[in-house]
Design a protein. Structure first.
Length: 684
């Protein structure tokens, strides 16, 4: 191939490449321009909202956190949230004894304010001339870089950084530290445990919700304490790098099965040392076998009992000159399961409910399996209740009879009052039985039978109800289903005995409720049709939602049935409100009480309408291009759905939602959207 041919091919390839790049750039630019024209707010943030810049006058603060553990082949990361901070000095320590470290923490998920006394205070020293010169150079370089970044689109920079820079160790904003001048010694860890340190420049935030990822690179297995300092402010984060993972399964009797595996391959790991700690006390320990399994029995260590014949003394409150030890000094209340194998370390924390309880029973307490039942599920007052219970203790090797010779049984009603309390003997088969008489004034509802055996409780339930055959029936009727708003409607309450005679002189208590009316032709989820004039976003009249949280009571009253067993209730339907575009249903609920104090209820409803004619309109599609005609079909009918002929006036509105930023009492800013309408045209 000649040199001329080679140059020609290179020129052709370069031209094609330039054409492709130019075409892609034009498409991206056009897409951003279109998106900005359609929804300008959505271009400001990947979450479809306008970024809220941080308050420049806010008090400076920052925090560190991690959301996972990392393997040795991962790039470890910590996340920093910050406001009003230009740079942070980082120092990373490797913890020599992770078990001792976590045992000493009050909360394994947090390290900071509670450990302030342990990590010490910052020692302020004046920087040297060379350090001041380096700070000035870093300040100038940061300003230049910030100016260049401001020339690029925020969305493009964020997308590039998320796709590429998170996978690399970005150290462009880092400068080395002089340990003697830039940091104070931390007595929590020895200086020789520090593995890296640097100063990280933090660019100004464009959104109050932004945070920055700090890459720590690939690390050797172990537990690392990450310290960040800015002036008098200090924050700590815990980072775990390990190649092992553990899974725990617990039971109510305090037994625990631990399974240790290789993090990357899932293969079992033998020889992993496991320790269970609670309140800084060791409860159980052991090592996994060849299958990566370890079975433990977690038993709480209780304080020694008082000597025989001695009464337990109450705890004395500390004197004024003595410092009362805070509760946090006892360590975390959860169960810490820590696994170690060389430098590999894994930790899990389990609350008490993982052992089957909710803090009421400690692991190792006997688990009681029971069946407490009655001879029937429902009783009436003044009847006798026969009950029986069968109890067993569940052990790892099966079921056993519970210790003790009696069960303390109590029966409580629905109000919590105790109506029965007695110790019943346990049979040789672990059963007990008893009976009780329900008094005449027994409250109706659910009753509970509780049996306490050996510190554990078994429960059973029964119900007390009173049923009497109804002797009369109540009806509520109205002559009209639809009534024009502003007109008077009438409800009729009637009651008749089942043998035909009217119920006379009976007391009536009635209530009238209002609720939103939904026409049958609208249906649920029908989005193709829309009632003309209906505004689903209207907030007037408290009807901004399609589904009301409850009915509104409009009226209440009482009366008596006449000689024919009837009561007429006149109700004036409220006139329509110009700001309210909905129809409403009005329901009358009546409760009739006869001379024997037996009550029966019934209800009926009608609809207050603004017009006897309904109009609906729908289009053949949802979206149209500018300049394209829209085809609208209008239907008119009566309240029963039959078509009617009438004159219709069409009004076309342009509706926009304008964003308004508001502040709450604490000064926090939040966005709201106000509806703006403009009438474009109308036709008859």
């Amino acid at each position: 191939m000649s040199r001329r041919t080679l140059l020609t091919n290179v020129a052709v390839y370069a031209a094609v490449l330039a054409l492709v790049v130019g075409f892609v750039a034009l498409r991206v630019k056009a897409r951003y321009a279109y998106a900005a024209a359609v929804a300008p707010d959505s271009m400001s943030s990947p979450y479809g909202r306008t970024p809220q810049p941080p308050d420049p006058h806010a008090k400076p603060f920052f925090s560190l956190h991690t959301n996972r553990t990392y393997a040795t082949n991962d790039r470890a990361r910590v996340w920093v949230n910050y406001r009003g901070v230009g740079d942070l000095d980082f120092r990373v320590y490797k913890v020599k004894d992770p078990v001792k470290f976590f045992r000493g923490l009050d909360d394994p998920h947090r390290v900071g304010e509670d450990e302030e006394a342990e990590v010490g205070k910052t020692v302020e020293k004046k920087p040297t001339f060379l350090e001041k010169l380096r700070q000035f150079k870093s300040w100038g370089f940061g300003h230049v870089k910030t100016y260049v970044r401001q020339q690029l689109q925020n969305q493009s920079r964020k997308g590039f950084n998320q796709r590429f820079r998170q996978e690399e160790d970005d150290t462009s904003n880092r400068t080395p530290l002089n340990v003697a001048t830039d940091f104070a010694r931390v007595p929590l860890l020895n200086p020789d445990q520090m593995v890296s340190h640097w100063r990280e420049k933090l660019p100004p935030l464009e959104d109050v919700y932004d945070r920055r990822m700090i890459s720590l690179g690939r690390r050797e297995p172990g537990v690392y304490l990450v310290e960040a300092v800015n002036g008098d402010l200090r924050a700590f984060g815990i980072l775990i790098v390990t190649d092992i993972a553990t899974v725990q399964k617990t039971a109510r009797d305090g037994s625990m099965l631990v399974y240790a595996v290789e993090r990357k391959t899932g293969q079992p790991r033998a020889g992993v040392n496991v320790l269970v700690v609670r309140k800084r006390a060791d409860l159980a320990s052991g090592a996994t076998d060849k299958q990566g399994l370890l079975k433990l029995q977690v038993v709480e260590k209780k304080p020694p009992a008082a000597a025989a014949g001695e009464e337990a003394e109450e705890e004395e409150e500390p004197a004024e000159d003595e410092e009362a030890a805070p509760e946090e000094s006892q360590g975390t209340d959860s169960y810490l399961v820590m696994a170690t194998e060389g430098d590999n370390f894994a930790i899990s924390d389990l609350d008490s409910y993982y052992f089957g309880g909710y803090g009421e029973e400690e692991p190792g307490a006997p688990e009681l399996t029971s069946l407490v039942y009655t001879d029937r599920p429902v009783y009436r007052p003044e009847q006798k209740v026969y009950f029986k219970g069968i109890v067993r203790e569940r052990k790892p090797d099966g079921y056993r009879l519970p210790p003790g010779k009696a069960a303390a049984v109590t029966v409580t009603d629905q109000t919590g009052a105790t109506i029965f309390e007695q110790e019943l003997p346990l049979s040789t088969r672990g059963t007990f039985s008893g009976e009780l008489d329900l008094p005449e004034e027994s409250p109706l509802g659910s009753y509970t039978i509780s049996a306490s055996v050996g510190g554990s409780t078994a429960d059973g339930y029964f119900t007390v109800e009173e049923y009497k055959k109804p002797e009369y029936k109540v009806r509520v009727t109205t002559p009209q289903t639809y009534v024009r708003a502003g007109e008077r409607a009438r409800f009729t309450v009637s009651a008749n005995y089942f043998f035909g005679a009217p119920v006379t002189k009976a007391s009536v208590k009635y209530y009238v409720y209002r609720s939103r009316h939904y026409d049958w032709w609208r249906g649920s989820g029908d989005e193709d049709e829309d009632e003309i004039g209906a505004d689903p976003t209207a907030e007037e009249g408290g009807n901004s939602d399609y589904y009301d949280s409850g009915d509104e009571m409009m009226r209440e009253g009482d009366g008596k049935l006449d000689a024919q067993g009837r009561l007429e209730v006149d109700f004036d339907v409220p006139p329509p409100d110009a700001k309210d575009r909905w129809d409403y249903s009005y329901r009358l609920e009546a409760e009739v009480t006869d001379a024997a104090r037996r009550s029966m209820s019934a209800s009926a409803s009608l609809t207050g309408v603004r017009s006897n004619v309904t109009v609906s309109a729908f289009t053949d599609r949802y979206v149209y291009s500018q300049g394209e005609p829209a085809r609208i079909q209008v239907r008119a009918g009566d309240r029963e759905g039959r078509p009617v002929q009438t004159r219709v006036r069409l009004s076309f509105f342009e509706r926009r939602w304008q964003k308004v930023v508001k502040k709450d009492e604490s000064g926090y800013e939040y966005p709201e959207y106000e509806t703006k309408e403009k009438e474009l045209s109308s036709a008859v």
